[in-house]
Design a protein around this ligand. Structure first.
Ligand code: NAD
Length: 474
């Protein structure tokens, strides 16, 4: 029987009469029930966070670090249970779920070491001017379904390190592991500092509009991000938005086909392509296009699509039906337009589970939907290019600007291209690497503000300038 999960409000695990079902995308079975919170539960969580803020914001930062480290320790100590549960609700293969749970714990430990130093603006005979950072207050965190645990902790850790308290809402599709973590951490975090509540999408706008929440930190789609910006404008809440992307990978003619093909494949197909910074358009120089596309296809044919809980699965199901339908629609559009499929493309409608076969398109036109839109699924278009100038224009031809990659032995040439890409992150000869110490954020419609590093931590604070006129009273 599917388990009942509870929410964390004010240090207590609580239930609601109404609940939501959570589905395993590998077989469409209900695997858990979670509280369906509304305005009343949100009010209670926000009031608890507001009460806790009074003492937490005055708690020495080194003590706050220790609480974050204790939470990271609890996650690590329950690693086996958590990664299995994550696969059950999210669909990703066990190895990738292990990476997410281990990464979440490591991310918290790393972020706990960050420090916001005061800065001196002026220290003259007449005046001492200093900038300090003060926590904004109560944070509302809203999280998507592709990396539910990593996205949750990367909001919780910097929020509470800065002295804020938080009310976090997981995606209704993937709340289980986060709620299990809530239960595990409740004894190491003071009551009210971290509150985790679940509900339908409709709980999101209530958070954005809540008059006693001071800041929203959101990861999700650009469409929802725009609604959040609009909602938050009413009382000028601070916002950080990590949104969608249509990242281009550029493969120069000197790239080593054997070494790069497999990495290119996984840059697109890890987590069944459901990664904001997955390579969603791959541009390969015409001199090596045939060889490289054949090598990528060979890698693809050796990868098994299936239940993430089965040994040997490389690519799991799509996380939910809505996203599955969208990816199927993009594949159908490619078929209707007569684009060439190098691998896959045929979806088996029989059986349960949201499975899409690994699908690779051979040089579709630039205006194809699969090129122009964020697919967020295991479907990758490979395209040919001739010159650096041409590929830079094509890569930048997007409203998104999240990340990108360049693959080459000539790193100077790679960096020169990177500097012309309109994205917040560019990797040379790697992909998907996010450092807890480097700011991560999108240009254009991929985001607003940043997460990670000191820059990300600052987003949970206001600056306050204190100026002392040294010679005023003497
Ligand atoms: P989504 O925008 O549908 O949902 C994200 C969260 O917002 C969920 O918790 C949802 O319940 C909530 N929500 C829905 N409507 C809301 C509203 N009106 N107001 C407030 N909250 C609302 O996104 P998704 O489908 O869960 O995630 C996929 C998208 O997230 C993709 O576009 C992907 O690129 C993006 N993403 C971005 C990053 C990044 O760091 N930039 C990381 C992961 C995913």
């Amino acid at each position: 029987m599917a388990e009942q999960y509870r929410n964390l409000i004010d240090g207590e695990m609580v239930s609601t009469a109404k609940t939501l079902d959570v589905i395993n995308p590998a077989n469409e079975q209900v695997v858990g029930h979670v509280p369906a919170c509304g305005a009343e539960e949100l009010d209670r969580a926000v009031a608890a966070a507001r009460r806790a803020f009074k003492t937490w914001s005055k708690t020495p930062v080194d003590d706050r670090r220790k609480v974050i480290q204790a939470m990271a320790g609890v996650i690590q100590a329950n690693f086996d249970e958590l990664y299995r549960l994550l696969t059950t609700e999210q669909g990703k293969p066990h190895a990738q779920a292990q990476y997410e749970i281990g990464g979440a714990s490591a991310m918290m430990n790393a972020q706990s070491t960050l420090t916001l130093e005061d800065t001196i603006n002026e220290d003259s005979d007449t005046r001492l001017s200093r900038t300090r950072r003060v926590p904004v207050g109560v944070v509302g965190g809203i999280v998507p379904w592709n990396f539910p645990v990593l996205m949750a902790v990367q909001k919780i850790a910097p929020a509470i390190l800065s002295g804020c308290t938080i009310v976090l809402k997981p995606s209704p599709f993937t709340p289980l592991t986060t709620l299990r973590i809530a239960e595990l951490i409740k004894d190491v975090v003071p009551a009210g500092v971290v509150n985790i509540i679940t509900g339908e999408d409709s709980l999101g706008p209530l958070i954005t509009a809540h008059p006693d929440i001071d800041k929203i930190t959101f990861t999700g789609s650009t469409a929802t991000g725009k609604k959040i910006m609009e909602g938050a404008s009413k009382d000028l809440k601070r916002i950080t938005l990590e949104l969608g992307g249509n990242d281009a990978s550029i493969v120069l003619p000197d790239a080593d086909v054997k070494k790069v093909a497999e990495q290119l494949f996984w840059s697109s197909f890890t987590n069944a392509g459901q990664i904001c910074v997955a390579a969603k358009r791959i541009y390969i120089h015409e001199d090596i296009y045939d060889e490289m596309s054949a090598a990528i296809a060979e890698v693809a044919r050796a990868v098994t699509v299936g239940d993430g809980a089965n040994q040997g699965t490389g690519v799991g199901p799509i996380q939910n039906k809505k996203q599955f339908d969208r990816v199927c629609e993009l594949i159908q559009d490619a078929k209707d337009n007569g684009y060439k499929f190098l691998v896959g493309g045929n979806i088996d409608p029989s059986g349960s589970g949201y499975y899409v076969p690994i699908t690779i398109l051979d040089n579709p036109p630039e205006d194809a939907r699969i090129v122009a839109e964020e697919q967020f699924g295991p479907v990758m278009p490979l395209m040919k290019f001739s010159t650096d100038e041409e590929v830079i224009v094509r890569a930048n031809n997007s409203d998104y600007g999240l990340a990108g990659a360049v693959w080459t032995k000539d790193t100077d040439r790679g960096v020169k291209i990177a500097e012309q890409l309109e994205t917040g992150t560019v990797w040379i000869n790697e992909f998907l690497h996010l450092s807890p110490f480097a700011p991560f954020g999108g240009h254009k419609q991929s985001g607003f503000g940043a997460e990670y590093g000191v820059e990300g931590l600052k987003e949970f604070t206001y600056s306050q300038v204190i100026t002392v006129k040294k010679d005023a009273l003497v």
